[in-house]
Design a protein around this ligand. Structure first.
Ligand SMILES: NC(=O)c1ccc[n+]([C@@H]2O[C@H](COP(=O)([O-])OP(=O)(O)OC[C@H]3O[C@@H](n4cnc5c(N)ncnc54)[C@H](OP(=O)(O)O)[C@@H]3O)[C@@H](O)[C@H]2O)c1
Length: 300
C-alpha cells in the first residue's frame, strides 16, 4: 500500500512518520521538500492534483494545514487555499483514481456555544477564518466522495506533541522563563497527543484497507476535558516530575476577555469521540497521562 503524507514537517506529520506501519510505502511531503521529503505546496491546487497523478497513492493523509489561527484572520486567501483548496484538489484527483483520503480537521469548525461534547453529525458553525477554511475543506471532501467510503474526515483538538509548535511546548518554555503566567481558564476542550492521534490515523487506514466500514466523519482526542489553564498547570507539574523544569511558574486563571486575540475561539469545543473510538477499536488515554508521554519525549 502506498500512502502520500502532506505536512510531514508538522507536529502530527512527524509523529505519523515515526509510527508508520512496516511494509507500507510512505511518500512524505512538506511545503518545500528537502531531505527525504518531497516538495508539495498545498496552496497550489494543480500541484496537489499532479502529486496524486504522479505518485498514484492508495491513500493521502492530508496533515498539512494553515494552522496559525490568529494570523489566518489577516491572511484569509492563503488559509483558504491551503485548508480548503488543497483537500478539494486532492479529493478530486483521488476520486478519479479510486484513491482514498484521510483529511485532518478541527474542533474549531464548531461555535462552542453548547455545553455538551460535539457529535460528528452536528452542523458546522465556525467562529474565525481558520475554522471556516477547515470547514470548507471538510465540505469539499464530502462533496467529492459523497459518502462512498473513500473520503474520511478526522477531527481533532488541541494537538500537542514533543516537537513543533504547540501550547504544551510554549508553556514549558514560559515556566522556565517566568515567575508568573496568566492563562485563559474559560475555554474548555481536550488535548490530543500527536502520538495517540497518529495511532488513530494509521488505525483508520489499516481498518478501512482491511474492508472494515468507517463513518465519513470521525472524532479523536485524548480522554477528559480541560481548560488551557489546566493544561498550563499540568505542564508545570509534569515538567518538574520529569526533570524538564527546576520549578514551576505560578499560573493565574484569567478569562478570554482579559486575553484578546485577533481570532475568536470556541468557549467549549469538546469532541464526542466515543463512537469513533469504537469504530477504530482504540482505547482512550486520559489527556494528562498522554501529555506526560509527550513531555517524556521532549529533548532535555
Ligand atoms: N495544532 C492544533 O492544535 C490542531 C487542532 C485541531 C486540528 N488540527 C489539525 O491537525 C492537522 C495537523 O496539525 P499540526 O498540529 O500537525 O499542525 P502543524 O504542526 O502546524 O503542521 C502543519 C504543517 O502544514 C504545513 N503547511 C502549511 N502550509 C503549507 C503549504 N502551503 N504547503 C505545504 N505544507 C504546508 C506547515 O508547514 P510550515 O511550518 O512550513 O508552515 C506544517 O509543517 C491539521 O489539519 C490541523 O488543522 C490541529
Amino acid at each position: 500500500m502506498k500512502v502520500l503524507l502532506t505536512g510531514a514537517a508538522g507536529q502530527l506529520g512527524q509523529a505519523l512518520l515515526a509510527s508508520a506501519p512496516q511494509g507500507l510505502e510512505l511518500l512524505a511531503s512538506s511545503r518545500s521538500g528537502g531531505g527525504d521529503l518531497l516538495a508539495l505546496d498545498l496552496s497550489d491546487p494543480s500541484a496537489c492534483k499532479a502529486a496524486v497523478e504522479e505518485y498514484r497513492p492508495d491513500w493521502v493523509i492530508n496533515a498539512g494545514a494553515y494552522t496559525a489561527v490568529d494570523k489566518a484572520e489577516s491572511e484569509p486567501e492563503l488559509a483558504e487555499a491551503v485548508n480548503a483548496g488543497a483537500p478539494e484538489a486532492l479529493a478530486a484527483a483521488l476520486k478519479q483514481r479510486n484513491g482514498r483520503l484521510l483529511q485532518l480537521s478541527t474542533d474549531f469548525v464548531f461555535n462552542g456555544r453548547q455545553g455538551a461534547p460535539y457529535r460528528t453529525d452536528q452542523p458546522r458553525d465556525p467562529l474565525g477564518v481558520y475554522g471556516a477554511t477547515k470547514a470548507r475543506g471538510e465540505e469539499a471532501v464530502e462533496a467529492a466522495f459523497g459518502g462512498n467510503g473513500d473520503g474520511f474526515i478526522l477531527r481533532t483538538s488541541w494537538v500537542m506533541g514533543p516537537v513543533g509548535r504547540n501550547f504544551a511546548l510554549t508553556m514549558l518554555r514560559l515556566h522556565r522563563e517566568k515567575d508568573e503566567l496568566n492563562v485563559v481558564a474559560d475555554q474548555v476542550g481536550c488535548p490530543s497527543s500527536t502520538l495517540n492521534l497518529a495511532s488513530a490515523c494509521w488505525q483508520a487506514i489499516q481498518r478501512r484497507s482491511e474492508g472494515i466500514e468507517l463513518p465519513p466523519v470521525m472524532h479523536w482526542s485524548d480522554a477528559g476535558a480541560a481548560s488551557w489553564y489546566d493544561v498550563a498547570v499540568a505542564v508545570g507539574e509534569l515538567g518538574v516530575e520529569l526533570g524538564l523544569l527546576k520549578q514551576t511558574a505560578c499560573v493565574n486563571p484569567i478569562t478570554t476577555i482579559d486575553y484578546p486575540t485577533p481570532a475568536r475561539r470556541p468557549a467549549y469545543s469538546l469532541l464526542d469521540c466515543q463512537g469513533s473510538r469504537q469504530d477504530l477499536d482504540l482505547k482512550a488515554e486520559h489527556w494528562r497521562s498522554a501529555l506526560r508521554d509527550v513531555l517524556k519525549n521532549v529533548a532535555h
